[in-house]
Design a protein around this ligand. Structure first.
Ligand SMILES: CC(=O)N[C@H]1[C@@H](OP(=O)(O)OP(=O)(O)OC[C@H]2O[C@@H](n3ccc(=O)[nH]c3=O)[C@H](O)[C@@H]2O)O[C@H](CO)[C@@H](O)[C@@H]1O
Length: 374
C-alpha cells in the first residue's frame, strides 16, 4: 500500500538525524515513502537511514555581525528556500516533519508557505533556535522532553518522547547485568554524536587513580575525537586496561546494553536511549551549548535515580575516580539506577510521532489527535 511521501528535514548531526531515522522506519513500516532533506555534514550519520532519497538543500545560520558573512548567509537561505520549494513541488509530500537544526529552516518555511501540513519535533527540554522560529507556522510541535500543558505553543504541543532507532529497541530487551565481586566491569564513555574532548582526558586520568584490583576488572569502550584517540589508547595500554577507542561506534545500542556503567553527555537522544535500554549513567552536560540546556534533558532521568548529573567544572579526575570506585563496589546500587532509568523510557515515541504525522497529514488537528488518545 502506497500512502504517499512524507518529507523529513533534519540538521546534519546525529542528535537531529537519529530521531528522524527512527520515525522513518516507523513510517515505512506503515506504507509511506520517506524522503530526507539535510545538509552536507549529514553523510557521516545517514548510513542506515531508510530514505527513498536524500536531498541536500543549502542553508545557513544568521548569527554573524560581519556584513559580508551576513549577506552570504542570507543568500544561502534564499537559495535554499527556492531549492526547497522546487523539491516540494516535485515530490508533493503529504506532510513535512522538521527535526531542528538550521538546515530545516528552508524546507519548513517552503512547506508552510505552500500549505503542506507541517510538524516540528524538538528533541530537547529547551527549544532550539530553528524550531523556535518555525513553531508558530506549523500545525503541531512534538516534543522529546517538552511538557504538554505549558509554554508558548502548549495548544499544539504533543509530548511524544524522542523516537529511538530499532537497534535501541532491540537492546532494550537485554536485562541489566550487575558485576559483583571480581566480575568484569564494562565502562562505556561517549560524548554525543561528535565526541567530547573533556572525557578524553578526565576518564583515563580517573582510571589511573583506581586501585589495581578495581582496574583489573575494567574493560572500556570510549568514543574519542580523531585528534584525541591516540592519547586515550596510549593511557589505557600503559595501564593494561582493555579498551576499544573510536571516533564513532556504529553499534552503540549494543554497547550501551552491555555496559555496567555509562559516562556521557546528556544530549537528547543519549538520555532517551539510556532510559529506554535502562542503564546507570554519570551524565556531564555539555557546558557551552547555545540552544540546549543539556542538564534539563537529564532532569527526569536523574529524578528517578537513573543517573547522576555532575557539572563539568565540578568533575576533577580525583572526584571521577572516587565515583567510579564507589560504583564498581556497589553493584546493587547500579542495578537500582538501571531500574530507575528504565522507568523514564519512552520506547513508543516513534510510533506515537508516526500517528501524529498521519493525523496531521490527513487534515486533522492536535486537539482532535489528543481527544482520540485520551
Ligand atoms: C553539543 C550540542 O549542541 N549537542 C546537541 C546535539 O547533540 P548530539 O548530536 O551529540 O546528539 P545526542 O546526544 O542527542 O545523540 C547522540 C547520538 O549519537 C549516538 N552515538 C554516539 C557516539 C558513538 O560513538 N556512536 C553513536 O551512535 C548515540 O547513541 C546517540 O544516538 O543534538 C542534541 C539533540 O538536539 C542536543 O540534545 C545536544 O545538546
Amino acid at each position: 500500500m502506497d500512502k504517499g511521501i512524507i518529507l523529513l528535514a533534519a540538521g546534519g548531526t546525529g542528535g537531529h538525524l537519529f530521531p528522524a531515522e527512527a520515525l522513518a522506519h516507523e513510517l515505512k513500516a506503515t506504507g509511506y515513502s520517506v524522503h530526507l532533506v539535510t545538509d552536507s555534514r549529514a553523510e557521516r550519520f545517514t548510513g542506515k537511514f531508510p530514505a527513498d532519497e536524500i536531498h541536500v538543500v543549502p542553508s545557513a545560520t544568521i548569527g554573524s555581525k560581519n556584513p559580508v558573512k551576513l549577506a552570504r548567509s542570507v543568500w544561502k537561505l534564499w537559495t535554499g528556500l527556492r531549492a526547497a520549494r522546487r523539491l516540494i513541488a516535485r515530490l508533493k509530500p503529504r506532510a513535512v516533519v522538521g527535526f531542528g537544526g538550521y538546515p530545516t529552516v528552508p524546507p519548513l518555511l517552503a512547506a508552510t508557505g505552500m500549505g503542506i501540513p507541517s510538524i516540528i519535533h524538538e528533541q530537547n527540554a529547551v527549544m532550539g533556535r530553528a524550531n523556535k522560529m518555525l513553531a508558530s507556522r506549523v500545525k503541531a510541535v512534538a516534543g522529546g522532553f517538552l511538557p504538554e500543558g505549558t509554554g508558548a505553543f502548549a495548544a499544539k504541543t504533543v509530548a511524544t518522547g524522542n523516537p529511538v532507532r530499532p537497534a535501541v529497541l532491540k537492546a532494550a530487551g537485554v536485562p541489566y547485568a550487575p558485576a559483583a565481586g571480581d566480575a568484569p566491569f564494562h565502562l562505556v564513555v561517549f560524548g554525543g554524536s561528535q565526541g567530547a574532548q573533556f572525557f578524553s582526558k578526565a576518564v583515563p586520568q580517573a582510571v589511573c587513580r583506581l586501585d589495581d584490583a578495581l582496574r583489573q576488572r575494567l574493560k572500556v569502550t570510549q568514543q574519542a575525537r580523531p585528534e584525541d584517540r591516540e592519547g586515550v589508547i596510549a593511557v589505557y595500554e600503559k595501564l593494561g586496561v582493555p579498551a576499544e577507542v573510536s571516533p564513532f561506534f556504529t553499534d552503540m545500542a549494543g554497547r550501551i546494553a552491555s555496559a555496567q556503567l555509562l559516562i556521557c553527555r546528556s544530549g537528547a537522544s543519549t538520555v532517551s536511549e539510556i532510559s529506554v535500554i535502562g542503564r546507570p549513567a554519570i551524565l556531564v552536560p555539555y557546558p557551552y551549548a547555545l540552544d540546549h540546556d543539556q542538564a534539563a534533558n537529564a532532569a527526569a532521568l536523574a529524578a528517578k535515580g537513573g543517573a547522576r548529573v555532575i557539572a563539568q567544572v565540578e568533575l576533577s579526575a580525583e572526584r571521577l575516580a572516587g565515583i567510579l570506585a564507589d560504583a564498581m563496589s556497589n553493584p546493587d546500587a547500579l542495578a537500582q539506577m538501571a531500574a530507575g532509568a528504565r522507568q523514564t523510557g519512552k520506547p513508543d515515541a516513534a510510533r506515537l510521532l508516526a500517528l501524529l504525522v498521519e493525523a496531521i497529514a490527513s487534515g486533522s488537528t492536535v486537539a482532535k489527535f489528543k481527544e482520540t488518545r485520551s
